[in-house]
Design a protein around this ligand. Structure first.
Ligand code: PMP
Length: 375
């Protein structure tokens, strides 16, 4: 199978897997144990934590290890809003967020919070003027993802940090899950930031939440008080050390990979742009191409490509506030038939020119095969 679904998950680096196995064998101890082996494990954990903070340029932050970005997003939102309720009840977010943000916010509405959505520009970025107009004295929380998982738009996080300096009551959360190694964003000034190792060629089951001021966090799950009492539960040491390895490798090759994928992105776009019933979403992050086969269903296209040995993704309907059609594409004012016929091609560090050539051939074959369905 030629893999073009790297926005869903990535293949781990051999080194990240090797680290995971070695640490699992040699340091299987509980980092909370006070015997020497536990202390050695705890030392390793702190080294991994320090390395990740350093690599992210967030040395003054704390890092809490979690199991996934979904968990990190839940902790950031639920923990903060429990504390903030006394200060106000309005939450602002983009229209492009992942379900692990949207559905948590929707649940928070039941606790009396109001969620307001920031308008989206044509290129998939948030409208900063609209954000500014929404910032009143009741706003306690703003959450905007760094890089969108459907079309790859990159949000103006640094501008939002500057804007929110005038609103000290507001907690700013960024879901950076897709952005690691893909952008040069500087997160200093963001209050909490989520990441997940399996999106940057690390192993599954380990993520992180960067926290600017630990004193503001409240646990959402109670237990033994691990991870600064923010996330109780025995820490996944092999995962944490492996994530630091994957992060170092990803950032080390980020520029080269981005340039290569940008060329592939252009090549794919050029190859289909003369086809009458194909619509291309605007180019954003280099690793994603989102295109629609107008008149067809995305899943039919995905299956037809799958039969040819190529794995892409539908721009799936996320079960969230806007029901059946993908909300990112809806926010960009796409017509229903463009949303229904859309597929997401997401490349990664392993993608080769030969893979891209095979993809292009298959896309054109499927286009021919669909014939009159397209209109
Ligand atoms: N946020 C974004 C933007 C994502 O793309 C994803 C994964 N699809 C997540 C959060 C959730 O990540 P995880 O699988 O680590 O829970």
């Amino acid at each position: 199978m030629i893999y073009f679904d790297n926005a869903a998950t990535t293949a781990p680096y051999k080194e990240a897997l090797g680290t995971y196995i070695t640490v699992s064998e040699k340091y299987f101890y509980n980092t909370a144990s006070i015997h020497q082996s536990g202390k050695d494990a705890a030392k390793l954990l702190e080294a991994a934590r320090a390395q990740i903070l350093d690599l992210m340029g967030l040395k003054t932050y704390d890092l809490v290890f979690t199991a996934s970005a979904t968990e990190s997003n839940n902790i950031a939102i639920q923990s903060m809003l429990r504390r903030k309720k006394q200060f106000g009840s309005t939450i602002l977010t983009s229209e492009l967020e992942h379900p692990s943000i949207v559905n948590v916010l929707e649940a928070m509405k039941k606790d009396g919070f109001t969620v307001k959505y920031i308008n989206t520009n044509e290129d998939g970025t948030v409208n900063l003027d609209h954000l500014k107009s929404l910032l009143d004295s009741d706003v306690v929380f703003v959450t905007v993802m760094a890089l969108n998982n459907i079309i790859g738009s990159i949000q103006p996080i640094e501008e939002i940090i500057r804007m929110l300096k005038d609103y000290p009551k507001v907690h700013f959360h960024v879901d950076a899950t897709q952005a690691i190694g893909k952008t040069d964003l500087n997160y200093n000034g963001v209050d909490t930031i989520s990441i997940s190792a399996h999106k940057f060629n690390g192993v599954k089951g380990i993520g992180g939440l960067f926290i600017r001021d630990l004193a503001t966090m409240r646990p959402i799950q109670y237990g033994g008080g691990h991870e600064y009492n923010v996330r109780s539960g025995t820490v996944n040491l092999p995962g944490a050390v492996s994530m630091s390895k994957a992060l170092r490798l990803t950032l080390g090759e980020a520029r080269e990979v981005k340039e290569r994928l940008s060329q592939f992105n252009e090549k794919i776009r050029t190859a289909v742009q003369d086809l009458e019933f194909i619509y291309l979403q605007p180019k954003a992050a280099s690793y994603i191409v989102n295109m629609s086969f107008i008149g067809a269903k995305g899943e039919v296209v995905v299956n037809a490509l799958s039969k040819r040995g190529i794995a892409v993704s539908t721009t799936s309907a996320c079960a969230s506030k806007l029901a059946t059609l993908n909300e990112t594409l809806l926010a960009l004012n796409n017509e229903d038939k463009i949303i229904e016929g859309s597929i997401r091609i997401s490349m990664g560090r392993h993608t080769t020119e030969d893979d891209v050539n095979k993809l292009i051939t298959a896309l054109r074959e499927v286009y021919e095969e669909l014939g009159d369905v397209l209109k």
